[in-house]
Design a protein around this ligand. Structure first.
Ligand SMILES: [Zn+2]
Length: 394
């Protein structure tokens, strides 16, 4: 049992409280029960006396749900610092750089890949990410994709098969799509919850993406799609049509794309990845357009060694507010409840009674400071399943 009192602003994401999108309770208390789930949320003055004895006073600091980062690529070898430096010197980003990481990943042992993925997952945990999704996609052969997914299971249950990241240099596109839909999927599916395709310029066409996602669905995998990052195309509408949980990137959307997402009534989430735009000096998508149309928006880091080598969800939130026209409330919701929606999880992303007790204590009086103080270390302590796993309450 753990009882926290004196919480300056507690973000619950409980709309039934009728305290805005974030369900904010001021001067709040939060209790974690012996089952490691949230047992009480409310004002400190309403805390049942039984809990008062061992309570910890947070002296006005804010508490938010743990971030749900629904889009990362943590299974890879090497890094691409040289490519980054070249790009910052004027060369545009294309999907081809993935092949550099493919070679380094194939040359890494499973232990090396696990150690690197764990390092990054731990880095994410220290900035408040208590759940993350991660993908294969740098092996691009049956054996290397299969072991990439095995590595992914070492850091999260939210694993995604992304054999269709790019076509490896030794293959022709049609042959490779057949391999992904056939033997590669067979060898990977048991370690994957999701299947994903990079449907964009330099990657896969809509027809190939359709074949790959349909093959995954037949084996019971949930669908996700990298769509409309680099240019306009049919990826987003394909994702909605096939019932994907999320269309990710959404940087180049037509009116029809936005309507399709809105008409899914939240079944297909638009996941925006602003650090990918930041790190490639690209134009940020306009989240305002999506939200005003009624689309459910998630925010994620896209942590990968090429186009977004960061795990920081506070940075993602700051960019969403400062560059994508989101309000502070919307950005924090999208980084928590939005991410949970993109993973079709109802047990995380909020702090209602019964939720998994995943939350962060901020070194600030409200969630607004996440965007208001960009780049500052603002996560004081992180709790996962009711246990302190990063930082401290001092
Ligand atoms: Zn990605």
């Amino acid at each position: 049992m753990l009882a926290l009192t004196g919480i300056g602003a507690l973000v619950t994401n409980d709309v039934s409280l009728e305290r805005g999108k974030l369900g904010i309770i001021n001067n709040a208390a939060l209790v974690v029960g012996d089952d490691d789930k949230v047992a009480f949320v409310g004002e400190t003055s309403q805390l049942p006396r039984d809990y008062l004895g061992n309570s910890i006073d947070l002296a006005g600091r804010a508490v938010i749900p743990g971030f749900v980062d629904s889009h990362t690529h943590l299974v890879f070898g090497g890094d691409r610092a040289e490519e980054f430096e070249a790009r910052m010197s004027g060369r545009p980003y294309s999907a081809g750089g993935i092949r550099t990481t493919m070679a380094a990943t194939r040359n890494s042992t499973n232990d090396e890949l696990v150690a690197n993925a764990r390092r990054l997952a731990n880095e994410a945990l220290h900035t408040g990410t208590t759940t993350l999704e991660t993908k294969s996609g740098y092996g691009l052969s049956v054996v290397d994709e299969a072991r990439s997914l095995q590595v992914a299971t070492a850091v999260t249950p939210e694993t995604t098969f992304l054999g269709a990241h790019v076509v490896p240099p030794e293959s022709q596109t049609d042959d490779y799509v057949a391999l992904v839909c056939g033997e590669m999927l067979q060898q990977c599916a048991h370690n994957a919850k999701w299947i994903d395709v990079f449907c964009d310029r330099g990657a896969f066409e809509v027809d190939h993406a359709r074949a790959i996602l349909s093959a995954g669905a037949k084996l019971g995998l949930g669908l996700r799609i990298h769509a409309n990052q680099l240019q306009h195309g049919g990826g987003v509408q394909l994702g909605v049509e096939l019932g994907a949980a999320s269309c990710d990137h959404c940087s180049h959307l037509s009116h029809g794309d936005i309507t399709a997402l809105a008409d899914s009534h939240g079944a297909t989430v638009a996941t925006l990845l602003p650090t990918a735009e930041l790190c490639t000096r690209s134009r940020f998508p306009d989240a305002r357009q999506l939200i005003d149309a009624g689309v459910t928006v998630a925010l994620a880091s896209d942590c990968n060694p090429g186009s977004s080598y960061t795990t920081s969800m506070p940075l993602v939130i700051a960019l969403a507010v400062l560059n994508m026209n989101m309000t502070c409330d919307e950005a924090v919701w999208s980084a928590t409840a939005g991410g949970a929606a993109a993973l079709r999880r109802t047990d995380i992303g909020h702090l209602k009674v019964g939720a998994q007790a995943d939350f962060s204590v901020l070194g600030a009086p409200s969630h607004i400071h996440l965007a208001y103080r960009p780049g500052v270390k603002i996560i004081d302590a992180v709790f996962n399943n009711g246990r302190l796993v990063a930082g401290s309450l001092r």
